[in-house]
Write a protein that binds this ligand. Structure first.
Ligand SMILES: [Zn+2]
Length: 338
């Protein structure tokens, strides 16, 4: 089998890898209908996270179950399934509380930029659709695996409610789907911070009511102006830099909620500043598994179309070009067809 392997900064190769097989009796092997490149894959791709040894890439997946281990009971070969980047048992106390990405038995799922994939803890991790979805729904189903689930968690963590004023910091695929999620949760006003015209357009399609192009202090001032000096009820941080986090905290109203899902790189918070702001902070790796049944339902009934974030589709063997396009911001998100 051939799949994507990162060897060092900007060196992704499509090369021979061992085909996945059942190792534990709780595993499943799935044949991928589609896979994709995540914004977080760009951290190691750019060398910001060092690559110590060749690393199979990809953690977003959906597809058809080919084989199951002897202890798997809820998933059958032939079913179409979606899972998240952390495998989880879905039975431990953290899973029961809805935090499957903190599962006591969690395992990272890696190497999904390939034709097939081993998924541990298949019963707890995978959610099957009622029937195999039609081809045009596959990009949206794939989005549910991570990028939509993460945007949804940002909105949940930021307590987006009917009638809320929302600010979304970040116009990557997660930020755009955080806009879509906020709209689904009934937000009245959704202010998207974006300086890129194609992304602004998609943000508006997903439900943004206002676009703010300013950043830093000017961005904070503009949002204060739009919220009559009060700040937003719910702020969704989808970048993970010190600047974006500070901007997000600064535009949240006292008593408001900040949901943060951008993986932090160099973020340090000032305790004194936080103390006097009265802001609720909640975030982390999105427990996508909690949301999958709901997201699959919304996609199957065509109430949402998150697959629109894929603005580039390539055959899997062109994976290196997919990374380049995202690195150079020529593409928001690349879908790969095995
Ligand atoms: Zn668990």
């Amino acid at each position: 089998m051939r799949g994507a392997v990162l060897h060092g900064p900007r060196d992704v190769r499509f090369e021979e890898r061992d085909a996945p097989k059942i190792i534990e009796p709780t595993d499943a092997v799935i044949r991928l209908s589609a896979t994709c490149i995540c914004g977080s894959d760009l951290w190691p791709y750019r060398g910001i996270n060092p690559t110590k040894e060749p690393m199979p890439m990809g953690h977003e997946y959906c597809g058809i179950v080919e084989e199951i281990g002897r202890e798997v009971t809820s998933i059958k070969p032939g079913q179409f399934v979606i899972g998240s980047f952390f495998a989880s048992d879905n039975t431990c106390p953290h899973c029961k509380a809805g935090y499957q990405t903190s599962c006591q038995h969690r395992q990272l799922v890696g190497g999904a930029q390939a034709p097939s994939l081993r998924v541990p803890l298949a019963d707890g991790t995978l959610v099957a659709t009622r029937e195999v979805p039609s081809a045009d729904l596959i990009p949206s189903m794939l989005a549910a695996s991570d990028v939509l689930g993460t945007g949804w968690f940002a909105a949940e963590a930021a307590n987006v409610k009917s009638g809320a004023n929302v600010v979304v910091v970040g116009d990557g695929a997660v930020g755009l789907l955080a806009v879509l999620s906020s709209k689904q949760m009934g937000a009245e006003r959704i202010i998207a911070m974006s300086r890129h015209e194609p992304r602004q357009k998609l943000a508006r399609e997903f439900g943004a009511t206002d676009i703010v192009t300013e950043r830093g202090e000017a961005g904070v001032a503009r949002i204060k102006e739009l919220t009559r000096g009060v700040g937003a009820d719910s702020v969704l941080e989808c970048v993970g830099t010190s600047e974006s986090m500070q901007q997000a905290i600064s535009v949240t109203r006292p008593g408001g909620y900040l949901g943060y899902v951008g993986v932090p790189h160099g973020v340090q918070l000032d305790g004194q500043d936080l103390f006097f702001r009265h802001v609720h902070l909640h975030g982390g790796p999105a427990p996508v598994r909690r949301f999958l049944p709901k997201l699959i339902e919304l996609i199957s009934t065509r109430k949402i179309d998150p697959g629109k974030v894929f603005d580039l589709t390539l055959p899997l063997e062109k994976v290196a070009e997919g990374y380049r396009a995202m690195d150079e911001r020529r593409a928001i998100k690349t879908l790969l067809r095995p």
